[in-house]
Design a protein around this ligand. Structure first.
Ligand SMILES: [Zn+2]
Length: 76
């Protein structure tokens, strides 16, 4: 899902982050992407090529999570 810029009905602009692995999301009250990403990282999120919530980030540190699953078992 990654980072997404959103505006509320009241015109409040915020960045939100959605985990690529699970459905967890985090809303920030920041209108600057750099600040929002810094806040996400400070809260344990991994943001970059992949966006991972703190829980999935812990797993990813031990076992790389690849958004695109192209691996196939080849017998023989
Ligand atoms: Zn997650």
């Amino acid at each position: 899902m990654g980072a997404e810029f959103a505006a509320t009905a009241t015109g409040w602009q915020t960045w939100r982050f959605g985990c690529d692995v699970c459905d967890r999301r985090m809303w920030t009250a920041l209108d600057r992407e750099a600040k929002a990403m810094a806040m996400a990282k400070a809260n344990g999120w991994i943001v970059g090529a992949a966006t991972l919530c703190p829980a999935c980030a812990v797993v990813a540190q031990h076992h790389r999570v690849e958004p695109e699953r192209g691996a196939q078992d080849v017998a023989g």
